[in-house]
Ligand binder design. Sequence first.
Ligand code: SF4
Ligand code: SF4
Length: 269
Amino acid sequence: MKPFDENPRIAVHKFSSCDGCQLAFLNLGGDLLTLTQRVKLTHFLEAGLDDPDTPVDIAFVEGSLSTPDEVKRIHQVRDNCRYLISIGACATAGGLQALRNLDDKHDEWRDAIYARPEFIDTLTHARPIASEVRVDYELWGCPINSRQLVATINSLLFGVPPFDDSEKLCLECKRQQKVCVMVTEDKPCLGPVTRTGCGAICPSFGRDCYGCYGPAENTNTASLSRRFAGMGLVPEAIARRFLLINSASEAFNRAGLAARTAGEDEDGK
Ligand code: SF4
Ligand code: SF4
């Protein structure tokens, strides 16, 4: 890996998403102007730049693959860039849209929600970007934050691989000397299995982490599920802790479905 010969061109692409992760760029404020002295933004619709086809050095992709058109478009993005970086839970794990993967009543939901369902053309499963094309780096979170973004761009500018921040949220929480809401208040915190990056915002405000940064490295979800059960959560409540924003990530999906199956087994007795 080597630095770019000249200021790299950057594109920001939107797929199925709420646009919240693109705000990590706009929230930079004045620093975004400083950044543009080192990079050239070519495509970023939310900032008024509309040029999706020019080849770029770095393509940031927000959102999941939820329609046949998006599957086609992601291949064009991949062909047009040197580094593809997926940003946010939607792009890295399917996001909230992937909740529909847990249900097979897609047609019933569509017909109940939309006035003209015949115009809706979606995939049965919402998928992460890496399920279709090669992804060079992933920034997890719902939403990601500006610090992650700048650190990633700076790393690439210096020709070093971006740091994959996958340690557990509990470590960040302890470094900030927050009082543990699970130990002191019996709140079902997902911090022991969630990757850091958010700055431990929820525990800072006395609430439990709900896993929006996705699974950390070496997760022990089985142990945490037993802890939740010991706190009085029924299996379906445990399942819902895991099956939320990152329900399609492997570790959380496995843990959530295991809790759900345990609940069904209990009901069947
Ligand atoms: S990850 Fe969250 S904030 Fe980012 S686009 Fe998806 S829903 Fe919005
Ligand atoms: S509050 Fe949550 S994130 Fe913080 S130490 Fe306790 S379990 Fe970990």
